[in-house]
Design a protein around this ligand. Structure first.
Ligand code: ZN
Length: 62
């Protein structure tokens, strides 16, 4: 009988550097390859950002 070392946690090195927000990221939107700024904390580009969408200001449709 021989003891087998079961590998439960595969150390695949550092695949994605978790420094700041990471540079060279792209928009999460499918098909969108817009590169995100490393200062952009979001996952989407300015076009697909779910919040803070700059629309026509001052125009209220009642
Ligand atoms: Zn996008």
């Amino acid at each position: 009988m021989s003891e087998r070392a079961v590998q439960g946690t595969p150390f695949a090195g550092s695949e994605r550097p978790s420094r700041s927000f990471g540079a060279g990221r792209t928009c999460k939107e499918l098909g969108c390859e817009t590169k995100l700024s490393m200062y952009n904390s979001g996952k989407y580009c300015y076009q697909h950002e779910p919040m803070s969408v700059p629309r026509t200001r001052g125009k209220k449709i009642a």
